[in-house]
Write a protein that binds this ligand. Structure first.
Ligand code: HGY
Ligand code: MN
Ligand code: MN
Length: 416
């Protein structure tokens, strides 16, 4: 292992992040940068200029996932892969995804400008559609890259304009027809690491500056559709109404109580998106559609709440005389991360005298999609007040710098 006293350039990292965070559809109200949007396009153009300056070998797949390789020995050894995502939720924060993407870019720049002796290439990876903001299903890009979502699957995921993921990718300029032809192979990657904001409050509560993740929660995302009878709000007596919004409300209240009291401490269930039609203030709705986000680091918790949801929807539809549909639109199993890479990170954190903590991730991440292809690990940096997916999301650049320097050390070791 080469003695390494190099560190990333924080000012360069800040410049990149501020430049890219100016690409938002909601200036003054958080970061809104959906995959396949004009904000995304501007960001990809910015990054491809940076890749050109570094003379990286770049390829983009049919879903828009980017791989940018620094290969000083010009060999075909498996890469040490680092990266994250650049898309956001609506009115999201400036750090979710982007911190890990730019930290990875900085690690490559720092290794290259110091001519650090490495054998394995270091490859930046940027996954598309991690947030699921377009189609309601998270980690789409990394699932495509690892064959967990096929071209046919992408034709069944729709945005609110009823365009399929396949059509949107094609229209944006990617070769969606090639999806499935260049899946990530085991022999291409030696290890993969993602730096990410914690999006929770544990590191802050424990006054730790860096987290080393040992497990990532899995999740099921369901789309529930309830159909009733639309009518005049004033002339339809209460008895005999078939109101889908009343049905949805009963399901949502019951689900919250069940997930909070009947399952594991680490089990969570959320309904964050609900659409009514015709959605008039003086009209009983015809249709209500809502998404249910169920997570846990134990598969049993995910399964238990999923089964409860199905029973509750069926029972409520019967009592409220509604028709119903439940579709599973996204699923990922909980992931245990790689002890080998975790041990490397722990050793480097201790060597740097870092105040670190091992913890699990309640948020899902692209990293987990690569757990069946290579050894994977994650570095967390603290989120102020544990807030994320909000304009109030904040992580200090000093904490990102610490996390990036830890990743730098681990990458140099793994790339020997
Ligand atoms: O929803 C999540 O866990 C991630 O932020 N996409
Ligand atoms: Mn994220
Ligand atoms: Mn997110």
């Amino acid at each position: 292992m080469t003695e390494n006293s190099i560190s990333i350039n924080k000012e360069r990292l800040i410049k990149d992040m501020e430049a890219i965070n100016s690409n938002t559809a909601t200036p003054g109200n958080g970061s809104t940068r959906f995959s396949y949007s004009e904000e995304d396009r501007k960001t990809r153009e910015y990054l491809s200029r940076e890749f050109k300056n570094l003379n990286l070998a770049v390829k983009t797949d049919g879903a828009g996932n980017i791989r940018a390789k620094y290969n000083p020995k010009e060999n075909d050894s498996p890469s040490v892969m680092i990266g994250s995502h650049i898309d956001t939720v609506m009115n999201g924060g400036e750090f979710d995804g982007l911190a890990g993407t730019i930290a990875a870019l900085e690690v490559i720049r720092t290794i290259k400008e110091n001519k650090t002796d490495i054998t394995h290439p270091v490859e930046l990876v940027i996954f598309s559609e991690e947030e699921g903001s377009n189609f309601g299903s998270t980690t789409v890009g990394s699932k495509v890259m690892t064959g967990k979502l096929t071209k046919a699957d992408l034709k069944t995921l729709y945005n609110s304009e009823k365009q399929s993921a396949y059509e949107v990718m094609q229209a944006f300029g990617f070769d969606a027809d090639s999806i499935g032809e260049d899946l990530l192979q085991k022999d291409e990657v030696k290890a993969m690491m993602e730096l990410h904001i914690e999006q929770g409050g544990v590191l802050e509560e424990e006054s730790k500056s860096v987290g080393i993740v040992h497990a990532i929660a899995g999740m099921n995302t369901f789309q529930v559709t309830l159909n009733g009878v639309s009518n005049h709000a004033g002339t339809m007596p209460m008895p005999g109404r078939k109101d889908p919004l009343v049905g949805a409300s009963k399901v949502i209240i019951a689900l919250e109580e069940y997930a909070r009291t009947q399952v594991n401490e680490t089990t969570v269930a959320t309904v964050g998106k609900l659409e009514c039609s015709p959605s008039g203030s003086n009209v009983i709705n015809k249709t209500v559609t809502f998404n249910v986000d169920i997570r846990d680091i134990e598969q049993s918790g995910i399964d238990q709440v999923s089964n409860y949801l199905k029973e509750k929807v069926k029972e409520t539809a019967e009592t409220q005389q509604l028709e119903y549909e439940i579709d599973l639109i996204g699923t990922s199993a909980p992931a245990r991360l790689s002890d080998t890479v975790i041990d490397t990170l722990v050793a480097k954190a201790e060597k740097q005298g870092m105040n670190y903590l091992k913890l699990h991730s309640g948020a899902v991440h692209d990293t987990m999609m690569l757990a069946d292809v290579t050894d994977v690990a994650m570095i967390f940096v603290p989120s102020k007040n544990g807030i994320s997916h909000s304009p109030d999301e904040y992580t200090s650049y000093e904490d990102i710098e610490d996390g990036a320097n830890l990743m730098l050390e681990a990458v140099i070791e793994l790339a020997q």
